[in-house]
Every structure is written in structure tokens, then in C-alpha cells.
Ligand binder design. Structure first.
Ligand SMILES: Nc1ncnc2c1ncn2[C@@H]1O[C@H](COP(=O)(O)OP(=O)(O)OP(=O)(O)O)[C@@H](O)[C@H]1O
Ligand SMILES: [Mg+2]
Length: 335
């Protein structure tokens, strides 16, 4: 479990102080995959570096599995760091070592005996699906395979927490899916907590249980995936549930609702629109599984003057509608 309380990080720079983290309160449940999204410079990497103890907070506390990392003296930090495995976008493998020897490296540093090391390395390579490539060198591997080695190496010291900073940004779509499948599988099999920084909506949608949006070092939105995407008009809902490009046509005004189809069946939503008469139309309707629920997004096209009536009718049907100027100006990328 991870608990951040009032976490602040201020960097001194020649141009003055940079507030990278400005009072972060965040709780990450054990055994969950937590996504961190936000624009470049939002403070995502700083947050992860504070979690590993690589960076000392200016103020506030960082607790990982009951240990207050932010209070530890330098000499205790090294041992504490073994509790968190790190995976980066670019895996820095030692080219002169086989992949088995790369995975063994953190175990050597930790003083694990040779025969124990060998057994553990074999187990780790099996875990990431590279059991038959132990003797290969990094140059002989694909990008996805290298990332698997990076994950095996990060897990070598049996950390309770795996921290991933853009782990799949350098990989193609299919390889990304495989790596994310592996991460989820590891979470299920090892019960580890995973924090993953990403700018790819697909990563959040496919692998995260919870997600947090950072802006200027602050938490703008956080919660379970199903909950944040059904918060209509919320930045994460916009970013994670695609808003279709509607043809311009002779559109008048749009009203949008995002909902769990468990709470409001699509037939009920459609019936509410139908009851409004012929000049009110469904401009777009999508339903897709996300965060363990089926998420519907309904966009209704109506004469401008009837918007309040549409909103009221949809609300009566159990939806939480919002009048939007246009649906097409919403961004698709995560922040
Ligand atoms: N060592 C440092 N010294 C001074 N400023 C820093 C340092 N590291 C980060 N910063 C600043 O802190 C802010 C947050 O940086 P951070 O790297 O955490 O952002 P990020 O969200 O990871 O961005 P990106 O998506 O580009 O990786 C930025 O304004 C950055 O310039
Ligand atoms: Mg970063």
C-alpha cells in the first residue's frame, strides 16, 4: 500500500524555484494497478522518484508498505529501495551481460548467494516468458523482450511495489498489449501494487484499476476507473472514453451523458430521447467495457431552445447529463 500525505517537491533552478509537486494526497491500495496521467511537466516522474526514495520530498510523507520512506536516513534508504522495483521507457540493460546476468545483477548487489541467485533468475525469466532466452544478449532481443527483462530485473528483489514510468511508449500496439497483459498477470500472481505513468489512454483503459490526473503538481481527479469515466464532463472521462467526431451537419446543440449501463440500461436512455419527439436525435451512442463496468456515452442533438428540457428528461431517466457546445473539440489524448 502506498500513502502520500501533503507531498511537496520544490527544485531549485537558476531561474528560480520549480514547484514540481504541490501537496499531493494519494492512497494506492495494495494489489491494484494505479495509473498516473498528466501533461509533460505535471510532476509524474517526480512523484515516482519520491516513491522510490531517489528524490527526497521538500515536505510531506511517503509511506510504502508501512515504511515511511521520506523519513529514512540515507543508509537505510538503499534497503528500502529494494521494496520498489522500477521500470522505465528505455530499459538500460548491460550489453556485455546475458539477460540472465542482467536479471541477477540486483541480486548480486543485495548479496544473494550464487546458487540462490541462479534459481531465482530462472524463476523470474519464466515469469516474464523468457525462460528459453537466458543466455541471449540484449542486442539479440526485440524491444518488447528487453522490456520483459527490465520487468524481471525490477522484480528480482521481490518488491511489494512495481513503479513503471512510460513502460510501453517505445513499443508498438501489439507489444504494448502483451507487456500490459504481463503486468496485470504479475499483479494477480504476486499481489504486487503497480503504479504506471503513461500518456496513452489505452494503457489506462486496459490495465488500470484506479487513475489519477496530475496538473501542475496537483491531483485534479482521482478514483476507480469506472467512477472517473462516468463523471460526466470530467477531464478523465473526456480523455478515456472516446468522443466521436460527429459530422458537422446542421447540428444545433449537444447534450452528453456518460453512465454505467448497470445503473441505466441503454434502452432506458434511448427511450428518454425518443420521448422528446422527432427534433431531438441520438447523435452518437457507444457502450464499452471499462474498469469492470459497461460504460455508455450518449450524445443527443437538439434544438438549442430545448436543451434544458432534454437535460431534465435525461436526468429523470437516471442519467447525469451535461450540455456541451460541441463534442468534437474534446481532446482524445490523456491530458
Ligand atoms: N532535477 C530537476 N531540477 C529542476 N527541475 C526539475 C528537475 N526534475 C524535474 N524538474 C521540473 O519539475 C517539473 C515536473 O517534472 P517531471 O519530470 O516530474 O514531469 P513529468 O510529468 O514526468 O513530465 P514528462 O511527461 O515530460 O515526463 C517540471 O517543471 C520539470 O522541469
Ligand atoms: Mg516524466
Amino acid at each position: 500500500m502506498i500513502e502520500l500525505t501533503g507531498l511537496r517537491k520544490v527544485y531549485a533552478s537558476p531561474d528560480g524555484d520549480v514547484v514540481a509537486l504541490d501537496g499531493i494526497d494519494l492512497h494506492v491500495e495494495r494489489g491494484t494497478v494505479h495509473g498516473i496521467v498528466g501533461r509533460s511537466g505535471a510532476g509524474k516522474s517526480t512523484l515516482i522518484r519520491c516513491l522510490t526514495g531517489l528524490e527526497r520530498p521538500t515536505s510531506g510523507t511517503v509511506r510504502v508498505d508501512g515504511v515511511t520512506i521520506s523519513d529514512l536516513a540515507e543508509n537505510k534508504l538503499r534497503a528500502a529501495r529494494r521494496r520498489t522495483g522500477m521500470v522505465f521507457q528505455h530499459v538500460n540493460l548491460l550489453d556485455s551481460r546475458t539477460i540472465a546476468a542482467n536479471v541477477a545483477y540486483p541480486l548480486e548487489v543485495a548479496g544473494v548467494r550464487r546458487h540462490e541467485r541462479a534459481a531465482r533468475v530462472a524463476e523470474l525469466l519464466d515469469l516474464v516468458g523468457l525462460g528459453d532466452r537466458a543466455g541471449a544478449y540484449p542486442a539479440q532481443l526485440s524491444g518488447g523482450q528487453k522490456q520483459r527483462v527490465g520487468i524481471a530485473r525490477a522484480l528480482a528483489t521481490e518488491p511489494g511495489v512495481l513503479l513503471c514510468d512510460e513502460p510501453t511508449s517505445a513499443l508498438d500496439g501489439e507489444t504494448t498489449r502483451q507487456i500490459l497483459g504481463l503486468v496485470r498477470d504479475l499483479r494477480d500472481r504476486l499481489g504486487i501494487t503497480v503504479v504506471v505513468i503513461t500518456h496513452e489512454p489505452a494503457v489506462v483503459r486496459d490495465v488500470c484499476d484506479h487513475v489519477t490526473l496530475l496538473e501542475h503538481g496537483r491531483v485534479v481527479q482521482t478514483g476507480a476507473l469506472a467512477q472517473v469515466v462516468t463523471a460526466v464532463g470530467s477531464p478523465l472521462s473526456r480523455a478515456l472514453v472516446p468522443v466521436p467526431d460527429l459530422p458537422p451537419g446542421d447540428r444545433r446543440a449537444l447534450v452528453e451523458a456518460v453512465f454505467s449501463t448497470d445503473a441505466v440500461p441503454t434502452s432506458v436512455a434511448f427511450a428518454a430521447v425518443a420521448a422528446l419527439g422527432d427534433d431531438v436525435e441520438v447523435a452518437s451512442a457507444t457502450v464499452e467495457p471499462l474498469g469492470g463496468v459497461r460504460v455508455g456515452r450518449l450524445i443527443v442533438d437538439a434544438p438549442t431552445g430545448r436543451v434544458p428540457e432534454v437535460v431534465e428528461r435525461l436526468r429523470a431517466a437516471g442519467l447525469d447529463p451535461l450540455a456541451v457546445p460541441t463534442a468534437t473539440d474534446a481532446g482524445r489524448e490523456v491530458a
